[in-house]
Design a protein around this ligand. Structure first.
Ligand code: HEC
Length: 348
């Protein structure tokens, strides 16, 4: 049978007086800009199973949440080419989005970022506000009042953000030096610089992990009863943002100095973050490697604590690695495999 369009074309032709040539040239076939792009084979091989061949988010792999539809163009973790390269390189902690740092060369990741942007609607260029701070190749540390981490939660009048070049931001309260949350994406808006003061420092990334208060006590448990931590300084040194603080006992006496360095961490099990603690003076730690798996509501987190070689005698170096959303296998063999991959793939 003839298709209606063809049928119509035939009818129209038949009605056209033979002597007048067609007035309008035929519509050019729309060129598929994507098919020509050098990154298309890479996209099909590495991304399409989750994001769909057309980038509509409907891949063949079944996930607990939908992979992003690039056609809609709404990027939660930043929509600049740099931000996309970061997401592709380091993955998204707490989500199935893997890290491609080892699997793909930087040039390929850049091409993919460009390709992903092409799949979406044309972007309007917006001028970043003067007060928006962007982390480039060195970490940034800023202090200010922080808005609540969870809806309806308290504000933190004294807070601090460390932004890393991998696109993570670590959000701390500084009155008691505790990690509140980890975000991924853009860094921060110094809204407090715009108005007459009083506005909070606004973290711009999307929260990928909220820490339960006190959930890092397992790091310091061997020091006995501690009353609080007292902030001493923050610094950017050796390519990392770091915090210096003191541990105090209930009578306010000094127990130890701590240097804490948060960084991004990826391994084949997923993307997350690591915090390194250099504790001086350290006390011997017979159980330096420990794993803990906790579930808070819908959120599962896998944490690993391990001892590292110390730069100086008397200093205890521990690292806590958190992989939000990664499940601790139920069987011993699976647990051992995951633990081994953690330890083998740690970057230092
Ligand atoms: C195993 C499945 C999987 C694979 C493979 C995968 N992704 Fe993803 N990706 C996801 C999921 C799920 C999300 C959404 C995460 C979220 O929003 O929490 C995501 C999010 C993203 C984002 C962030 C979008 C935003 O909101 O800012 C980008 C960019 C991205 N993927 C690019 C890629 C590219 C490029 C590849 C191939 C090199 C790829 N992904 C491969 C599952 C996958």
């Amino acid at each position: 049978m003839l298709s209606p369009i063809l049928l119509c074309a035939l009818v129209c032709l038949a009605q056209q007086p033979a002597q007048t040539p067609a007035q309008t040239p035929p519509e050019p076939k729309p060129v598929d800009v994507h098919a020509e792009h050098p990154a298309r084979p890479l996209f099909l091989a590495n991304c399409a199973q989750c994001h769909g061949e057309t980038g509509d988010g409907q891949g063949t792999t079944k996930l607990d949440r939908q992979a992003r539809s690039f056609q809609d163009g709404g990027f939660s973790y930043g929509n600049t080419p740099e931000a996309l390269v970061r997401t592709i390189t380091y993955g998204i902690p707490g989500s199935p989005m893997p890290s491609f740092e080892k699997a793909l060369a930087l040039e390929q990741r850049k091409q993919l970022a460009e390709y992903v942007l092409l799949l979406g609607p044309v972007q309007e260029k917006t001028d970043a506000k003067d007060s928006v701070m962007v982390v480039k190749d060195r970490p940034l540390v800023v202090r200010g009042k922080l808005p609540p981490v969870v809806e309806g939660g308290p504000e933190f009048p004294r807070g601090l953000l460390i932004g890393t070049p991998e696109g993570l931001s670590f959000e701390y309260r500084t009155d008691d030096v505790r990690l509140l949350a980890v975000r991924n994406g853009e860094f921060a808006d110094r809204a407090d610089w715009r108005g007459r003061g009083g506005d909070a420092l606004v973290p711009l990334g999307k929260t990928v992990h909220v820490r339960e208060s006190g959930s890092d006590d397992w790091i310091f448990a061997r020091f006995g009863a501690l009353s609080r931590r007292q902030m001493r300084a923050s610094e950017v040194l050796g390519g990392a943002g770091r915090l210096r603080y003191e541990l105090l006992d209930p009578s306010g006496k000094h127990v130890a100095n701590v240097l804490e360095t948060p960084t991004a961490f990826t391994c084949s099990a997923g993307a997350g973050y690591a915090r390194r603690f250099e504790i001086d003076p350290g006390v011997p730690d017979p159980q330096s490697a420990l794993a803990s798996h906790e579930v808070h509501g819908a959120l599962a987190e896998l944490k690993l604590r391990r001892g590292l070689a110390s730069p100086r005698a008397n200093v205890l170096v521990l690292e806590e690695i958190t992989l939000p959303g990664v499940l601790w296998p139920a069987d011993a063999a699976g647990q051992k495999k995951l633990m081994d991959s953690f330890l083998a793939e740690a970057k230092r």
